[in-house]
Design a protein around this ligand. Structure first.
Ligand SMILES: Cc1ncc(COP(=O)(O)O)c(C=O)c1O
Length: 359
């Protein structure tokens, strides 16, 4: 990447499969611009719904094995609009402590009672659901979590969460933002990898990370999607995404399911395995690589900033993530690996990390 006139080797992007610069996507976007122009002209419900939007939603529903899907202009808009549309006063939202800001903002906007369980803590999840059922017997109760956590790179224990939410007759929303393209058959995500797709009532994802474009989506039952069309304010009151963006995203969804897509995913996992071999200390104590996100937790903000600066001096870019995105004492370097990195580049990163004594 280019930054302030310098070329840096980046380990910061969520473009895990390198799709953002893939020729097939560029061609799809160009063809859509030629056919439909640049802007969509209005919100989806006025006259902004163009053929690429509908095709993309069909492709996403097919990918996820659901009756329907709905796209939004960003992952953020998806979370805020969906969570606030599905829950209201008299309902309960039960969120993992590490849920993304967009899910938290949607919860706050909803007017529902909010309970937060410590990260991946099943016992607390269960006691919150018990509380919810006792105090809101008529309310809708929704468990909200991520498949792969964006700043920690670890996964949610989905099978256990599904079992618990069923016992309490709750719904489950899983944000697969960092799992789609990386996990599951044809990159369908974590729920698919565990064959739990049918158990996740509200399957959320973004088009902006491994899919290389921009936007977000919900996949689920037709009834759910119809409800969102009528109630999700970030969908209703916002101009439809540019048709070229929808067309490129559609090309990404299709490409991901080809043999080339599979090869690229395998390359990503080979790169991650190489990182693990080069930095075994980061993966000690049974810690495994669970996704394309590998944090090195350093503690104090200053330590993380200094480490990032020292890497930058060696022309390597790894962002220092700090409060309020992560807790005050858990500032970190957030490394992301993509399929486009070479083995040599990963080795160079690991040598630099050892050189500054953070691993
Ligand atoms: C878990 C998670 N959900 C939602 C989002 C928002 O997605 P977008 O960047 O497409 O708005 C992000 C990324 O920023 C994310 O990490």
């Amino acid at each position: 990447m280019e930054h302030a006139g310098r070329t840096l080797l980046s380990f910061a992007s969520n473009d895990y499969l390198g799709l953002a610069t893939e020729p097939v996507l560029k061609e799809a976007a160009k063809a859509a611009i030629d056919r439909y122009g640049v802007g969509s002209g209005a919100s989806r419900l006025i006259c902004g719904s163009l053929t690429p939007h509908g095709r993309l939603e069909e492709a996403l529903a097919a990918l996820k094995g659901t009756e329907a899907a709905l796209t939004f202009s960003s992952g953020y808009a998806t979370a805020v609009g969906t969570v606030s549309a599905l829950a209201r006063e008299g309902d309960v939202l039960v969120l993992d402590k590490l849920c993304h800001a967009s899910l938290i903002d949607g919860a706050k906007l909803s007017g529902a009672a909010i309970r937060v369980f410590p990260h991946n803590h099943l016992g607390k999840l269960e006691s919150h659901l018990k509380w919810a059922r006792e105090n809101y017997p008529e309310g809708r109760v929704i468990v909200v979590t991520e498949a792969v956590f964006s700043m920690d790179g670890n996964r949610a224990p989905l099978a256990e969460i599904v079992e618990i939410k069923k016992r309490f007759d709750a719904l489950l929303l899983v944000d697969e933002a960092h799992a789609v393209g990386v996990l599951g058959r044809n990159g369908r995500g974590l729920a698919d990898a565990l064959r739990l797709g049918a158990e996740v009532d509200i399957q959320m994802g973004t088009l902006s990370k491994a899919l290389g474009v921009s936007g977000g989506y919900i996949a689920g039952a037709r009834k759910l999607i119809d409800l969102l069309i009528n109630r999700a304010r970030s969908f209703i009151y916002s101009t439809a995404p540019p048709p070229a963006v929808a067309a490129a995203a559609m090309a990404a969804v299709e490409w991901m399911q080809t043999a080339e897509g599979e090869r690229r995913r395998e390359q990503l996992w080979r790169n991650l395995a190489h990182l693990g071999e080069e930095m075994p200390q980061v993966f000690s104590g049974g810690r495994k690589i669970q996704s394309a996100i590998v944090p090195i937790i350093l503690g104090e903000t200053e330590r993380a900033l200094e480490a990032a600066e020292r890497l930058s001096a060696q022309a390597i870019y790894v962002p220092a993530i700090r409060f309020p995105t992560v807790p005050k004492d858990a500032a970190r370097l957030r490394i992301t690996i993509t399929a486009n990195h070479t083995k040599e580049q990963i080795t160079r990163l690991c040598e630099a990390l050892r050189g500054i004594e953070v691993v």
